[in-house]
Structure formats: structure tokens, C-alpha cells
Design a protein around this ligand. Structure first.
Ligand SMILES: Cc1cc2nc3c(=O)[nH]c(=O)nc-3n(C[C@H](O)[C@H](O)[C@H](O)COP(=O)(O)OP(=O)(O)OC[C@H]3O[C@@H](n4cnc5c(N)ncnc54)[C@H](O)[C@@H]3O)c2cc1C
Length: 509
């Protein structure tokens, strides 16, 4: 009697042969199932770029699996199978399998949903830990349990040692410093030309997907005439090579910059590939390290880049799984103002915010400083509702998945997690935005003014945030200077700034 095969479900963000549900499978032992389903594509109003990228990448990956001899069950969106469960159940109704296998999903929501499958389907369902990350759940928990506070920097150092990245033989970091952040903060003064990105030609598979997404997701943000993402591991790797050769040398210097002229500056544009499995995080770090060793990239730029992937990316994932499900309901500052409708249209006179929202909606991309210091900072100091801000961030970006979006938005940008991720809020006034770039030159508001029609709204909102949360902030030693300054100000001046901020909130939101 022939032994029945496994049915391996491959999720859209697990398109890697390193996916643990696939590493030891062969066409003789396993059949694969892929599904483009409504439940996953619409649980928030995902950017069309994200849906198109994932469907196109999944179709290409499935083709590759077929060429490797696998029997592939592929449910395209218009086949009408609207949930992952139904896709699996459909396969089980047509043939006998010994078990269903999959790699654990990256979002709590889906993990909860899958927990019931075994009893509903009546056969074993194996959910395997996602080994594509560099710190397992147990690794992170062991580290976290040994710490008083969960600071990224210490986690990052332990990861540098563990993976031997940018380490000297003495066991010390190359260059004798762990972190070159202080050298990576230049503002944008339009002195350097930003090189051109690689073009990405679309084949018939991707063109079909773009057509489908345009037809079915009309009310989702995103302008697919601008779609230019790679959809295979091979092409993502070509983009990475181009990034390392052309952009990485200035990545560090302009990491925190904001520019009128460029939506991407010297950033990698690789988050979507890493998160979907088209690039491997260790390989990306090692390729950057090789460029450093070849003398092509400075230590500061390489370290800054490696820290993002080996440090921040792994750390936020660790925070997510260590603290979920309670993490999502944190709201330290009691924020409760509704998200302004213009977050979905980018119609605001604040130039930096307009530019950041516009490219987020159109392209599904904004770089880190736009997400953190322009959009996130505004949401923090304006007191926007945590849930709504998080749902917006989860919807608009091509690289968004809750495991990475939630700690970044709720923890880092909104500082709503009671200080788990950051020892102080990343709140900043318009002066910071003016220092980091040139948006203010094209803005109708003036970053030097705090009150009055021409005053930059970030200024009064910043002080309003300090004022409204003075008691709590005064207890934070890292905020002492600012709260002290505010307390020393003339009460009449404070009063006028706060009342102007209230007016801004009433009129701008
Ligand atoms: C409010 C907010 C929301 C965010 N939402 C997401 C999200 O949904 N998905 C996502 O992947 N990242 C998110 N980030 C982190 C970061 O902004 C993006 O990873 C980055 O902008 C992606 O662009 P890039 O590939 O050009 O990154 P680069 O600047 O070139 O950095 C290289 C890589 O480092 C990693 N990285 C850098 N910073 C972080 C970070 N803070 N957390 C995790 N990984 C990091 C990413 O994989 C990124 O691709 C968010 C940050 C903030 C402040």
C-alpha cells in the first residue's frame, strides 16, 4: 500500500525553501497548497502593492515548485475560496493525506485561528517554528528573562557575538565599538545625488496579478501603475547586490534624513523581500559584511545596516511573541483622538506629513524616519488612537505584518507599551524635522514658530504632549531636561501654546 503524503500549506510570506515545513519534503512525500484568499487580503485595507507583490511572488514560487516536481494545488483569488481553512479543506476532500503541515504564521490572529484546525479537519496538523529568523522564540525569551529592561542594544550585541558578524578574533567588535549611530545622523542638504534604482520588468504572471488586484481591491490604497518590486528570490537578490554596490556606502550617513527629492534616499527597500522569504536575513548581513571587508563600504555604514536586521528586526519580533496577546491593548498615554480621514488621502498642508503619507499610500513604502519621526511622531503628539494608528500602519505598507508592525508602531513610535521598547518617547517638534531635511522649505508652516497661523503644528503639539503628560514624563530621567524647561516657562506663555495646540487639534484633525 502506498503511504499517503503530507499536505504542506505554504503561506504568502513564507516563500523560501528554508521554510521549515519544506526543508525535508520531496515530491514523493508531500504535496503543496497555496491560496490567494479574501480573508487574508482584506482583514485590513492592505495596500494594493502588498497584495500584488505577495500574489505574484506566490505564483512564481508555485511555478518553481512545480518545476521541481511537486504536485501543487494553487487557488487563485478569483476561484472564490475565501479562507486558508477552506483551501486546505478542499484539498482534503479530494485526496487522503497523512497530515497537514505548515510553518507557524507571523501573526497572532492567524496562529489562533489555526489552533483549531486539527479538531476541525480530523487529522494531525503540525505547525513548525519559523526557523528563518535568527533568534528563536526560546532564544529571545531566555535573553529577555535575564534582563531588567529589554533594550535592543544589549540584545543586538549578543546577536553580533552569536553570529560573529563584524567581530574581531579577540571577541570584541571590529573597530572596538558596537554602535556607530552617532555618525549616522546627517540631515539632507541636497548635496549628494541619489542614484537610480534598478528597474524591474514585469512578466505575464505579474501583469495578470496586477490586473486582478486592480479589479478586486478598488477601495484599497496603492497605485499599481508604479509597481516595480521584484517577485522572485533571484530578482530580490539582484536588487540587494545593486543596493550594496550603489547605496550602502551612504546608507549610514543619510539613514535619518528626510528629502523632498527622493522617497527612498539610500535605504535598502528590502523589508518586503526579507519578510516574505525572498531574502535570508543572515545572508543579507553577511553580504554587507563582505562589502565592508572588501573596502567598498565604511564600518559605520555596514554596522548601521547590520544593526537594523540582526538587531532591530529580530528584536521587534522577539518583543511581539514575548508579549502577545496583551501587547496589542497597551495605551500608556491614553490616546483617544480618531485618526484623521486625511491619513487616507494625504491631504494636509504639513509638507513632511503630506509627502510621507502620499508615498506610503501610492507606493506602499516610506523609509524608517518618515514612519517614525514624521507620521508616528505626529500620531503620538496629536494623541491619535493607538488601535487606529496601528491598523493604518498595518494596511499601507508593502512590508507590513503584525509581528513587525505592532512593536514598531505601538512600542517605538507611539511609546504606548509602558516603556517596554523605548526608555523615552520619540516625540519631536518641527525643529527636528527641519534639521533632518528640506521639506520645511516648501511648507506653508514655519518650524521656528510655535503659535499663530504660520506656526508648524508639530511645535505646539509637541509642547501640548509634554504639558498633558507632565507628571508621568517628569518621572523619566531622560525627559528631565525637557520637562524642566517647560515648567520654567512663563505660565502665560505655556497657556498660549497649549490653547493654540487645542485649536490646531480642532482645526487640523
Ligand atoms: C511606525 C513604524 C512602523 C513600521 N512598520 C514596519 C512594518 O510593517 N514592516 C517592516 O518590515 N518594518 C516596519 N518598520 C521598520 C522599518 O521602518 C522598515 O523595516 C523599513 O523602513 C523598511 O524599509 P527598507 O527595507 O528600505 O529598510 P532599510 O532602512 O534599508 O533597513 C534595512 C532592513 O532593516 C530592517 N529594519 C530596519 N529597521 C527596523 C525596525 N525598526 N524593525 C524591524 N526591522 C527593521 C528591515 O528588514 C529593513 O528592510 C516600521 C517602523 C516604524 C517606525
Amino acid at each position: 500500500m502506498t503511504k499517503s503524503k503530507h499536505l504542506t500549506l505554504v503561506l504568502a510570506d513564507q516563500l523560501s525553501w528554508q521554510n521549515p515545513a519544506m526543508v525535508d519534503v520531496s515530491p514523493e512525500t508531500s504535496e503543496l497548497v497555496f491560496a490567494e484568499v479574501k480573508a487574508e487580503a482584506t482583514y485590513v485595507r492592505h495596500n494594493k502593492h502588498k497584495i500584488a507583490f505577495l500574489f505574484a511572488a506566490m505564483r512564481h514560487f508555485a511555478e518553481e515548485a512545480k518545476s521541481r516536481g511537486f504536485t501543487v494545488h494553487y487557488f487563485q483569488y478569483d476561484a472564490g475560496i475565501d479562507s486558508l481553512f477552506k483551501a486546505v479543506a478542499r484539498c482534503l476532500s479530494k485526496a487522503t493525506y497523512s497530515e497537514v503541515r505548515l510553518c507557524e504564521p507571523g501573526e497572532w490572529r492567524l496562529r489562533e485561528e489555526i489552533a483549531d484546525w486539527q479538531s476541525q479537519l480530523g487529522l494531525p496538523v503540525s505547525v513548525l517554528e519559523d526557523t528563518r529568523f535568527l533568534a528563536s522564540h526560546a532564544d529571545f525569551a531566555t535573553w529577555a528573562d535575564s534582563q531588567k529592561t529589554l533594550r535592543m542594544e544589549y540584545f543586538y550585541r549578543s546577536m553580533r557575538k552569536r553570529y560573529g558578524l563584524l567581530m574581531a578574533e579577540s571577541g570584541k567588535p571590529i573597530g572596538d565599538r558596537w554602535n556607530y549611530d552617532a555618525e549616522n545622523r546627517s540631515g539632507w542638504r541636497n548635496k549628494d545625488a541619489v542614484p537610480v534604482r534598478l528597474d524591474e520588468a514585469q512578466d505575464g504572471i505579474t501583469a495578470d496579478v496586477i490586473h486582478l488586484v486592480d479589479e478586486h481591491f478598488l477601495d484599497h490604497p496603492g497605485d499599481l501603475t508604479r509597481f516595480s518590486y521584484a517577485v522572485t528570490a533571484e530578482r530580490a537578490s539582484v536588487h540587494l547586490t545593486h543596493f550594496i554596490q550603489v547605496f550602502l556606502p551612504q546608507f549610514g550617513q543619510y539613514q535619518d534624513a528626510l528629502a523632498e527629492e527622493s522617497t527612498t534616499l539610500f535605504h535598502g527597500l528590502i523589508g518586503l523581500y526579507l519578510n516574505a522569504g525572498l531574502l535570508d536575513p543572515l545572508d543579507v548581513c553577511q553580504r554587507a559584511e563582505t562589502a565592508y571587508k572588501a573596502g567598498h563600504v565604511s564600518l559605520a555604514a555596514t554596522e548601521g545596516f547590520v544593526r537594523q536586521i540582526l538587531g532591530w528586526r529580530e528584536y521587534v519580533r522577539g518583543i511581539y511573541w514575548y508579549h502577545m496577546p496583551n501587547y496589542a491593548s497597551n495605551n500608556t498615554w491614553g490616546a483617544k483622538r480618531p485618526l484623521p480621514a486625511w491619513f487616507w488621502t494625504a491631504q494636509t498642508d504639513m509638507r513632511c506629513l503630506h509627502k510621507a503619507l502620499e508615498q506610503s499610500l501610492n507606493d506602499g513604502y516610506a523609509h524608517h524616519i518618515q514612519r517614525l519621526m514624521v507620521i508616528g511622531n505626529f500620531a503620538l503628539i496629536a494623541g491619535l488612537t493607538v488601535d487606529e494608528v496601528c491598523a493604518w500602519f498595518l494596511a499601507v505598507y508593502v512590508d507590513a505584518y503584525e509581528w513587525v508592525e505592532l512593536p514598531n508602531t505601538l512600542g517605538m513610535a507611539l511609546n504606548a507599551d509602558d516603556g517596554i521598547m523605548a526608555s523615552k518617547p520619540y516625540a519631536a517638534s518641527g525643529k527636528y524635522i527641519a534639521k533632518q531635511g528640506n521639506h520645511c522649505q516648501k511648507c506653508r508652516f514655519d518650524p521656528k514658530l510655535t503659535t499663530g497661523e504660520r506656526a508648524c503644528p508639530y511645535n505646539s503639539l509637541y509642547w501640548h504632549f509634554i504639558d498633558q503628560n507632565l507628571e508621568r514624563l517628569s518621572k523619566n530621567p531622560r525627559m528631565g531636561l525637557i520637562t524642566g524647561q517647560w515648567k520654567k516657562r512663563d505660565p502665560a506663555e505655556r497657556e498660549s501654546i497649549v490653547s493654540w495646540a487645542e485649536q490646531v487639534l480642532a482645526t487640523q484633525l
